[in-house]
Design a protein around this ligand. Sequence first.
Ligand code: NAP
Length: 246
Amino acid sequence: MTKGKIAVITGASRGIGSKIAEKMAQEGYSVVINCNKSEAAAQTLKEKITALGGNAQVYKADIGNREEAKGLIDFCIDTYGDIDVLVNNAGIAQIKLFTDISADEWEEMVRVNLGGMFYCTQSAVSHMISNKSGKVINISSIWGLAGSSCEVHYSTVKAGTIGFTKALAKELGPSNIQVNCVAPGIILTDMMTGFTEEEMAMMRGEIPLQRFGTPEDIADTVLFLASERSSYITGQVISPNGGIVI
Ligand code: NAP
């Protein structure tokens, strides 16, 4: 159990983020569940955690908006008095031919995925630097490592997440702040609902471990990176992906 530690998880109303928040709370973290559109789902998660004796609060913020992202981190400090772990998980994806991506779609992809990570991290690390302690865990994707056809804007921002992780790890290491990245493979969440059964079967066939990932697979990796067991790891990318990208 990790008694007394405090974590903010962005995009924790659904999917991977929701499982990360649930498992961190089970491990004894006090968690702030950030949501944007799915506030009811975030409240249900909070109730589930509190019913099991955990500590959770919900904060609605569009993390792509600088003021709202700062509001999220300020809420955590006002409520729990500190922040130990920031998990930059919130993200959007889109499947589209490169030539069809509009300027607005490009800008939204960058605003939410990169802007959100930048704004939340900048607010959180000012507290972590004062504490000389903290962990930032950024959720990228295998497509940030390998590139995905018809997801050029998504692949771009997920590659950017890796660059952000490496640069910030170097800058904040002397302040005893670890910055790491998780690059999930294909994980069964709402983000995968746009694919046909045939496409899903094809993708599954390409995975050496012959199964899709679960939000739990990613939450376990995040828990490791948040724990003391990873205290000598910084600037790294860990990719739980069943072997699809090696
Ligand atoms: P998901 O099921 O679509 O959930 C996305 C989450 O992000 C939701 O909680 C959503 O909140 C939140 N979100 C979106 N825009 C937001 C904004 N502007 N402000 C705050 N929150 C926002 O996606 P997922 O599959 O769990 O993905 C989570 C992360 O893992 C993403 O960064 C994604 O790119 C990455 N990833 C996913 C896969 C996969 O196969 N699923 C693979 C690799 C990487 P609301 O619903 O409340 O708006």
